[in-house]
Design a protein around this ligand. Structure first.
Ligand SMILES: *Cc1c(COP(=O)(O)O)cnc(C)c1O
Length: 398
């Protein structure tokens, strides 16, 4: 294990002249990823053809890699599996959770959740019937809204806009007291903050691999099922690779062993190869060290930007316990400001209506990057460099 992040930084391919503060949205490319993917393509797919499923171990990849991610989120061995996209994994977790709590019909979430999670819940409720309902409350009101009508509490731990972090253990404890099942979305937690799904008592957890875990665009998601539920939870998306014996080709579905049942169809082998290259870097570090470095970087950034740019309003909690690994500021011209920053090599992103978002990943961002980005932000704000028509035309992806 290393705490020398100059070592890990050297393992990423970062373009010259760029300070990349958007690893929370799409992690950068590990240098080893290109060769690792090329090997899978040319040596495995190219030479082994279909025998690669056995010879190269493609079929085991989703659970083998699941365990490597499991270490980063405090999961028991054999309780995490890879596949599909996060939206699909949200659906799976929620459908199973509803089925495990059959007398109740409410899924509780908060208005800080990422829309896809809410849309998926709305769609599933519509399928289940008119009595099923998604209830959303303000993030600070989740605890009080937990009552005996709630079947499932579905919460994203770190708010994608503000970086506010929920108290997973406390909310899960309360959810269990009222008889609800707890699903945690770790999209902005896995690789960002230390997570303890097992100790925290989560029933299900889901997350993606292309943000802090750097698997590249379209990398697969993960799902955690607490071992106490793994042989009870019934998958609504009951695909052949979640079957107990896929190659028996039975006509009837029988759920596979443990978390393997949450697999659906053919795994994305090439994308998983890219993820393996990234996990080789993650294997070198402890989340506690990442967290300490992340808090130092976000503290430095908050102090520097606030001192230099009085017009930017901090949207992220100052309190360490309530902060993820990103810092957000509000400004009515946030979109144009972000375009001006990107044009000057400081890459963050914009989230409507007014949020400028900056992600901090100690694996490849250091104090010098933070100091430089503060200076560039100060210059853009001071001289109103954002106030130009070309920075105000919105692209499809913001
Ligand atoms: C990024 C993110 C998603 C995206 O889902 P995909 O299916 O991977 O596109 C969903 N939920 C949350 C909370 C996210 O942060």
């Amino acid at each position: 294990m290393t705490t020398d992040f100059a070592v890990t930084r050297a393992l990423f391919d970062l373009p010259e002249g760029v300070i990349y503060l958007d690893g929370n949205s799409l992690g950068p490319m590990p240098k080893a990823a290109a060769a690792r993917v090329a090997r899978t393509v040319t040596e495995e797919w190219g030479q082994m053809l279909i025998t690669g499923w056995n010879k190269a171990g493609w079929m085991e990849l989703p659970s083998k890699i699941g365990d490597r991610i499991g270490r980063l989120i405090g999961a028991e061995k054999g309780s995490v599996v890879m596949g599909d996209t996060l939206s699909i994994k949200v659906y799976q977790a929620l459908a199973s959770a509803f089925e495990m709590n059959p007398t109740r019909k409410v899924v509780l979430s908060d208005t800080g959740n990422f829309p896809s999670d809410l849309y998926i819940a709305q769609g599933l409720c519509r399928t289940l019937g008119p009595d099923y309902q998604l209830k959303t409350v303000a993030p600070e009101d989740v605890m009080a809204a937990l009552d005996d009508s709630v079947a499932v509490m579905m919460i994203t731990e770190v708010d994608y806009r503000t970086g506010r972090r929920h108290d997973m253990a406390a909310l899960t404890k309360r959810a269990h007291e009222v008889g609800a099942i707890a699903i945690w979305d770790l999209a902005h937690s896995a690789g960002a903050v230390p997570v303890e799904v097992a100790k925290g008592g989560a029933d299900f957890a889901v997350g993606c691999s292309y943000k802090y875990l750097n698997s590249g665009p379209g990398g697969p998601a993960f799902i955690y099922v607490a071992p106490r539920h793994a042989d009870i939870a019934r998958p609504a998306l009951s695909g052949w690779l979640g079957h107990e014996a896929p190659f028996a080709f039975d006509l009837d579905y029988r759920p596979g062993n443990g978390v393997e049942r949450m697999r659906v169809g053919t795994p994305p082998v090439i994308q998983l190869a890219a993820l393996e290259a990234s996990l080789d870097i993650w294997d070198k570090v402890e989340m506690a060290d990442i967290r300490a470095a992340s808090l130092a970087l976000t503290d430095q950034f908050i102090a520097g930007v606030e001192a230099a740019c009085p017009d930017l309003d901090l949207a992220t909690p100052r309190d360490h316990a309530s902060r993820g690994s990103q810092v957000s500021f509000r400004h009515p011209e946030g979109y144009a400001i972000m375009q001006a920053l990107i044009a000057r090599g400081v890459i963050g992103d914009f989230r409507a209506p007014d949020i400028l978002r900056f992600g901090f990943t100690p694996l490849f961002i250091n104090a010098e990057d933070v100091a430089q980005s503060i200076a560039i932000i100060a210059e853009v704000m001071d001289q109103r460099l954002w106030d130009r028509p070309e920075y105000k035309t919105r692209a499809r992806v913001t």
